[in-house]
Design a protein around this ligand. Structure first.
Ligand code: ADP
Ligand code: ZN
Length: 432
């Protein structure tokens, strides 16, 4: 049932393990220039860490700290002790670099293998990794985990839909790792190429790396006739394999033997009440080369209360509601792109892609949402289309509290990137 023993630990055992590892990681971290200085200033003594709650006495580490100490201010040992380096995608600004020792890589591969096993991937599976290789951790991270689990692993990389389909059919691919926005596009493309999803050999899709809604998952599952499991991670915490859904698909188990998660109010820095949404803060508990302590992820989520039916005690987090950096402020109202996706993906007329444009109308910021409409709904009758457009605008207004401009466009007409989807484009200075 479980990949390793750690998964069946009880709560008190996890707490004890975390407290012990937290003390050790603080000790280790003090060998890095950044934490040495920071903890000396804050007068932190590792020996005083006795319980998990003691984490609250430690200062936060931010993305800016990483940038200001780029590239090697967080390393606990000389560069020659490291064997790998990744750089984050840089979705929200300057990228950050993470270095791994061989032991860090081994532990990461174990976590990845555990993650995949947890949602039903087995040694007998053939896994096609359709995310970009290179600096993006979704490539090598999934790759080594899949090999560790014993799967036949195909490093297909991103893009090239036709070749992807051929590989899947030729080698009986049963598991795909694919970015959700690309999965929607790909699923449609497979149909357009004349293949019936039911006749494809796949059974599991591992989807992650970008925010998506429950309806997006359902669409992927239906279009592909597959089970899709949410995978969460970030370069600063190794990459994928931080939290993963089990077969029950009701939130992602955070691997608490390796990470200490907290959810804080981003304004006050205090813990939110159990079950409330806030900013996820993470501590690496086992990384030796480049530990990060109380790292502010800027991702918004909540812990899901209660125990999962799979029996794992490792706490579950809800799907990411958005990144703090993604928040738009329109007419004084805070809006997250996922609120828009939630409405759109629940509407049967809407196709697989959309784009949010920030525009300026008469000196006032406004949003325009371009929405792909499925072919069968793209009729010639203007009245029908106008009423659909109005209905979408009204539904969006109910969710985001401002009325967006809605533009209906044809299926596959919004450019699709191979990597993470860029949902928002700022045209305020272009069109304004
Ligand atoms: P970047 O932050 O530049 O995109 P990464 O490739 O390290 O670089 O991406 C990590 C980020 O991707 C996370 O902080 C989170 O915002 C997003 N992310 C990763 N997995 C998921 C997921 N399953 N659901 C939502 N967002 C995710
Ligand atoms: Zn579970």
């Amino acid at each position: 049932m479980y990949y390793d023993k750690v998964e069946s630990l009880e709560r008190d055992e996890i707490d004890a393990l975390q407290a012990d590892r937290l003390r050790k990681v603080v000790e280790t971290a003090m060998a890095s220039p950044f934490y040495k200085k920071k903890y000396a200033e804050a007068d932190i003594d590792p020996a005083s860490i006795k319980t998990v709650d003691d984490v609250r006495r430690l200062p936060f580490t931010t993305k800016n700290d990483l940038r200001n100490n780029y590239p090697d201010g967080f390393l606990t040992r000389p560069v020659e002790d490291f064997v790998r380096l990744h750089v984050s995608s840089g979705t929200t600004g300057t990228p950050t670099a993470v270095y791994y020792t061989q032991s860090d890589l081994d532990k990461w591969a174990d976590l990845m293998a555990r993650s995949m096993y947890c949602c039903g991937v087995r040694k007998s599976d053939v896994l096609q990794n359709m995310s970009g290789y290179g600096l993006f951790t979704g490539g090598l991270g999934i790759h080594y985990g899949s090999e560790r689990l014993g799967c036949l692993t195909i490093p297909a990389g991103a893009g090239n839909t036709k070749r992807q389909i051929k590989l899947i059919r030729d080698f009986n691919v049963s598991v795909m790792h694919i970015i959700p926005s690309f999965a929607l596009y790909f699923a449609q493309k497979v149909r357009d190429e004349g293949f019936e999803p039911k006749t494809m050999p796949w059974r599991i899709a591992l989807i992650g790396a970008e925010p998506h809604t429950e309806d997006t998952r359902k669409r992927i599952e239906e279009l592909m006739n597959i089970k899709a499991f949410n995978s969460y991670g970030m370069t600063e915490m190794n990459g994928p394999g931080v939290a993963f859904e089990c077969e029950h698909q009701n939130g992602m188990h955070i691997w608490e033997d390796s990470y200490l998660p907290e959810i804080i109010n981003p304004q006050t820095g205090e813990h939110v009440k159990e079950g409330e949404i806030g900013e996820l803060v993470m501590t690496t508990l086992t990384r030796e080369g480049m530990p990060l302590i109380r790292y502010r992820t800027r991702d918004l989520t909540r812990f899901i209360p209660g125990k999962c039916a799979c029996g794992r005690v490792h706490r579950r987090m809800d799907r990411i509601a958005g990144r703090a950096d993604d928040m738009l402020i329109i007419k004084g109202v805070n809006i997250y792109p996922m609120q828009i996706e939630k409405i759109l993906m629940a509407m049967p007329e809407v196709g697989q892609n959309y784009l949010i444009e920030l525009i300026r109308e008469k000196f006032i910021d406004q949003i325009r949402v371009k929405v792909e409409i499925k072919d069968e709904f793209f009729v010639e009758d203007m009245r029908v289309l106008q009423s659909l457009q109005k209905r979408i605008a009204a539904k969006l207004r109910d969710e985001i509290l401002v009325t967006p401009r809605v533009e209906l466009v044809m299926h596959n007409s919004i450019p699709k990137s191979e990597g993470k989807a860029q949902r928002v484009v700022d045209l305020r200075d272009v069109e304004g």
